[in-house]
Ligand binder design. Structure first.
Ligand SMILES: *Cc1c(COP(=O)(O)O)cnc(C)c1O
Length: 364
């Protein structure tokens, strides 16, 4: 056995199932965007001189940092770019968290934090959410910790903590407050903690182009924080962490504000209508500020969340079921196109209207 003992014994991160690219499926299991990226991305790729690929990319993704600084009204030195926000999560541990230190985070939340902590031998103190999945920030503060991590809006619950609460938390906390805003573009109103940058030196905001810009495939994440925090990330990153193609595509997508507004608007509208239809079928569907819905199957339908997930997968419709505490009786559905959502609803209606004996779980 060559792996370090703690790597050997840790549980790996389990991503959502990815079918082969050519397969015709309805894929609502990874919170991907159902629309293609901006048409400006296609133009940028068509105009890209392949001969440039013999060179290294800009080491700090400077052109993209500038676009981000301009769009979001921060200084260039308050922005960091990474190979997906997953890379930045790993860098947070490298740069800020000593082996043996403790991070406080709500449960449930994005499970990659646990994996990154395990790799870096950082202890996770999970603070359960309340019965309605709302986050108990007082309980998070009460844990002696070096960092608090909030996914906001949270995954997989879809719930949002207000900026005022985040500001108060940052002010009362001595450690690093990490706010992962992977889904913030789908939230209502002025939900982002961005306006606290420059005021809260212990705040670091993580973002990604994966979800709201429909660019999971290029791997581009970014962070906003005070200059001192950004400098530490810059020291720890791989020397050329963002590829030339990724930088080209990211800048093109970010500049196309109208396409972004239109597609995000469509997803938010579909979230409302899909939620309404699921409720009419008897599902419990709390309001979501993200591009997914966490739902509980109708009580008394005799259908478990796992059974529904498997039954849909047999019909090439993929949603997500988490085999973990508080979540086993729920399904998470990413918002698809109107057509995908209505196919899903038709199938669910079929399943719910089946005679009892056909819906008995097959031995699970
Ligand atoms: C999807 C997701 C990420 C990962 O983003 P990438 O930029 O694709 O690595 C990070 N945090 C949360 C909460 C996510 O849901």
């Amino acid at each position: 056995m060559y792996a370090k003992a703690h790597i050997h014994s840790m549980a790996p991160y389990i991503p959502g199932f990815q079918p082969e690219a050519e397969q015709q499926v309805i894929k609502l299991n990874s919170n991907e965007n159902p629309y293609p990226p901006s048409p400006d991305v296609r133009k940028a790729l068509a105009g890209f001189d392949y001969a440039l690929l013999r060179r290294y990319p800009n080491a700090t993704a400077e052109p993209v940092r500038e676009v981000l600084a301009e769009i979001y009204g921060v200084n260039r030195n308050q922005v960091f770019c990474g190979n997906g926000s997953d890379e930045i999560i790993s860098l947070l541990f490298k740069a800020f968290l000593e082996e043996g230190s403790t991070i406080a985070l709500p449960y449930p939340t994005y499970s990659l934090y646990r994996t990154a902590a395990d790799i870096h031998r950082v202890h996770c103190e999970f603070v359960p959410t309340r019965d309605d999945f709302s986050i108990d920030t007082e309980a998070l503060l009460a844990v002696p910790s070096q960092a608090i991590i909030l996914v906001n809006p949270n995954a997989p619950t879809g719930l949002l903590v207000s900026v005022d609460v985040i500001e108060e938390l940052a002010g009362r906390y001595n450690g690093l407050l990490i706010v992962d805003e992977a889904y913030i573009d789908f939230a209502d109103g002025e939900a982002s903690a961005l306006r606290l940058i420059g005021r809260c030196p212990n705040l670091l905001i993580l973002r990604t182009l994966s979800k709201s810009y429909s660019l999971c495939g290029i791997r581009f994440g970014y962070a906003f924080a005070d200059e001192a925090l950004i400098e530490a990330l810059d020291k720890c990153k791989d020397s050329y962490n963002v590829s030339m193609l990724t930088q080209t595509i990211a800048a093109a997508a970010l500049r196309d504000r109208s396409y972004f507004d239109e597609t995000v608007g469509r997803i938010r509208a579909s979230r409302g209508s899909l939620g309404g239809s699921l409720r009419r079928l008897g599902f419990a569907v709390p309001d979501s500020e993200t591009n997914f819905l966490l739902c509980t199957p109708p009580a008394g339908s005799g259908l478990s969340a796992r059974r529904i997930t498997e039954w849909l997968a047999e019909r090439h419709v993929y949603i997500r079921h988490f085999d973990s505490p508080l979540l086993e009786d729920k399904i998470r559905i990413s918002i698809g196109t109107e057509e995908e959502n209505s196919k899903l609803l038709t199938l669910l209606e079929d399943l719910l209207n089946r005679p009892e004996d056909e819906t008995v779980p097959s031995g699970d």
